[in-house]
Design a binder for this molecule. Structure first.
Ligand code: ACM
Length: 538
């Protein structure tokens, strides 16, 4: 096996060298001004960068080739070609049979190098004539091409050659993530966001190597995912939202479309069905589920903690079984999030009884359970996961039970917290979180949690105060870009003064993507097409 891979790599290498030797006559030597790969504005910061100070000239004679040993590498090559097209208008061929006009190549290579640790590790070798992305898996290659995308200048240099050319600094990058779980959560329950809105969010997150999108699909104000065996959940429970707007929901086909879209970007969707509290919308749809002794009515406010399922009723567990069965069937990822937070009107024993039973249902459908940190008070299996948002004691219990922890401390990582007292959107019950506070903390040693217990970092975006994509972007960006670095890059490679310069230089990309980020005054934003003033007027 190893021998055949070595032979394959060797054959590819010979082909590459021969190819480049043949091209030598065709390529006019370009004298690039010196470059420095080490001072490029990469986010998240890669593990190691070794500059060699020359440049690869990306132009219309560049072609992309991918390993044939693993077909999914070709998909990564096509994704890169599409992104290069939208940035530069160059349409680079992928695995073109006719190499006639090709003078430089980008090779996306499946490699079994022992230096590549884990599925997301990659190496990027950039020389004058070739760029090689090495990875064990197409997932690693996908992370690698995000780095490459960030190295392509926003504008071409039209003085170095006859045709437009985008110089990419030469050198080596060796990279892998610090944490395997790097996520954001979007609350589509308080306000509903469309499939297109979610896709746009996924696109930008993927550029920063975020690999998890947790969808908070149900809450008191709305049930947003079609459950075929309980149709009123969306017919009734999905009909409104905070503020009394029309609400909405994802059909299972919509959800599958989002899952597939995320999968193409090597991102996992984690669905959350929040229970036994935060269930008013479910109880309005099917009052038999209700356990708070009141007649449930559609709710358009923003209070929490008033709803609960009747956790001692058998019907509840038939209901939960149906919901988890249907959601599991359309969720290829390993996790189902069951919420479990702020069940203030569920008696403690009833809460524990409920969470214990629901964990078994999740496992019955072959999934691992995630819950907000309160779930750690139940008698859970070490394979279940606690999401730290509020309580250190709960997280200590989780660690004692051998459970892994996702870090989402509200005082540091909640994207819906206001930046400061002037913020147009957001809340501040946990803290004001300016862009530097969001970045300057260490997930590696947070709250005394041992690093081996930490699965990763997730930045949740609750939607009580935001109702459209512009408002979503105001709260998420730029902070979520910092969380990508907090979860991917090592502590030694993180530094606020360095980060804030790299962040300032994200403006041209964010503007090109039409992302209405919050123009924090802590950042000396690189000037781009339009100023934020114009957006504010919209
Ligand atoms: C939460 O913010 N209620 C998890």
């Amino acid at each position: 096996m190893i021998k055949s891979t070595l032979i394959k790599s060797f054959v590819l290498l010979i082909a590459l060298v021969t190819f480049l030797a043949c091209q030598e006559n065709k390529v006019k030597e370009i004298n690039f001004p010196p470059t420095d790969l080490g001072s490029e504005n990469l986010i998240p910061k890669p593990l190691k960068i070794i500059p060699t100070h020359n440049a690869f000239g990306l132009d219309h004679t560049t072609a992309i080739y991918t390993s044939q040993s693993d077909k999914s590498f070709e998909g990564v090559g096509s994704y890169l070609a599409d992104k290069i097209k939208s940035k530069t208008n160059l349409r680079l061929p992928v695995n073109a049979a006719d190499a006639g006009k090709v003078s430089r190549m980008i090779f996306i290579n499946q490699s079994d190098s022992e230096e590549l640790e884990g599925p997301e590790a990659y190496q990027l070798y950039i020389s004058k004539d070739s760029i090689i992305v090495n990875a064990k898996t197409s997932e690693g290659a996908f992370r690698g091409i995000q780095t490459l995308r960030q190295l392509i200048p926003e504008t071409s240099n039209d003085t170095l050659a006859e045709m437009p050319l985008w110089p990419i600094p030469t050198g080596k990058i060796l990279d892998e993530p610090n944490f395997e779980f790097r996520g954001s959560m979007l609350d589509v329950a308080r306000h509903f966001f469309s499939v297109d809105d979610v896709k746009k969010y996924i696109d930008i997150l993927a550029y920063y190597k975020i690999n998890v999108l947790h969808l908070h699909l149900t809450d008191d104000q709305g049930w947003r995912i079609e459950i075929k065996s309980w149709p009123k959940l969306t017919e009734v429970g999905g009909s409104t939202e905070v503020g009394g707007e029309a609400g909405g929901f994802f059909t299972q086909e919509d959800y599958k479309e989002l899952v597939a879209y995320a999968q193409q970007r090597y991102m996992m969707i984690i669905p959350e069905i929040d229970m036994p509290g935060h269930t008013n919308a479910a109880s309005v749809s099917y009052p038999i589920l209700n356990g708070n002794g009141k007649t449930p009515e559609l709710y358009e406010g923003t209070s929490v903690g008033f709803s609960t399922f009747d956790t001692r009723k058998d019907t509840i567990y038939s209901f939960v079984d149906d919901v988890i069965r249907e959601i599991s069937a359309i969720t290829p990822g390993p996790y189902i999030h069951i919420g479990g937070d702020e069940s203030h009107v569920t008696k403690k024993n009833d809460y524990i009884y409920f969470v214990n039973k629901v964990e078994k249902i999740v496992q019955k459908y072959g999934k691992q359970m995630i819950g907000w940190d309160e779930v750690a008070t139940a008698d859970l299996d070490s394979t279940s996961i606690a999401q730290f948002w509020a309580s250190r004691e709960n997280v200590e219990e989780a660690v004692q039970k051998g459970m892994k922890v996702i870090l989402s401390p509200a005082t540091k990582a909640y994207l819906d917290m206001q930046y400061d007292t002037l913020s147009k959107y957001g809340l501040h019950w946990a803290a004001y979180i300016p862009v530097d506070t969001a970045y300057v903390w260490s997930p590696d040693s947070y709250a005394g949690i041992p690093k081996e217990s930490i699965l990763g970092v997730e930045a949740p975006l609750w939607s009580e105060t935001i109702s459209n994509i512009d408002e979503l972007e105001y709260l998420a960006f730029p902070r979520v870009i910092g969380y990508s670095e907090l979860s991917w890059s090592t502590e030694e490679n993180r530094n606020w003064d360095d980060f804030k310069v790299r962040l300032a230089n994200q403006a041209p990309y964010l503007d090109r993507m039409n992302v209405k980020y919050y123009p924090s005054e802590l950042i000396d934003w690189k000037k781009s097409k339009f100023s934020y003033k114009e957006i504010e007027k919209d």
